[in-house]
Design a protein around this ligand. Sequence first.
Ligand code: PGA
Length: 283
Amino acid sequence: MAQASLPAAIEAPTSRGAIGFKFGSEGADLRTPIIAGNWKMNTTLSQAISLVKELRDKLDRIHGVDKVLCPPFISLAAVKELLQSTSVGLGAQNMYFEEKGAFTGEVAPNMVADLCQYVILGHSERRQYFGETDALINKKVQAALKAGLKPILCVGEKLAEKEAGKTIPIVSTQVRGALIGIPTPPGLIIAYEPIWAIGTGKAATGPDANSTIGAIRQIVSSLYGKEYARGVRIQYGGSVTGANIAEFISQPEIDGALVGGASLKAADFISIVEQTAAIKKAS
Ligand code: PGA
């Protein structure tokens, strides 16, 4: 529980340098880029199978990037079969924190871990439509880690919060709230997804996303130390497409993307992964 005794190092840093050091590209070579497709509540089982068949072989041949598909729960088992002996990983979009029991309609961590390596937690749609709080997300992150899953923890500010200059304090509260009481979390991935950019076609700019992700890395550093922070992967998400991925992935702090709408279009998703591999290899 290292962070309990840490000073409140991040009040509201306004830039990457705010607490005395910069990460920049430092450690970037330790971080394999990761592109995850969040299919959200789209695709029937047969549609999911068709989409995976379109994606699978092409994604499998792209090296130097971790590729993850996150279909709806009901398709996970079938998609797992289709991804056997490929390099494409599988993730769920949510899970409950309790181990088992009378929680009608919920899915337990070990059920997810039986099929998947990853789980998206704290997505803004879960926060917004299903009332998920930092305290609940904290329980889910703990439970996911206990089950051996890699959480993709989503954080991001609303438009009004951005306009009020509150982006960093908001994401700081979300990151700290989700990780409170958790010792160094192996395999943690963070996705910075400004809510105003999700599904709107209005992505952040590369430099703005880079700056916020740099600040998130510093928050992680204040919790778990610089070495851990240098290795933690932080994605950008929000209206990422094949047409704008290069702007994000060429930034030193940005280690990949969480892709919604464009992950349902095979050609676009493959292009996002291909460009990521090429740009990170060259940098
Ligand atoms: P989008 O969604 O790419 O459709 O904006 C991203 C997300 O919600 O993860």
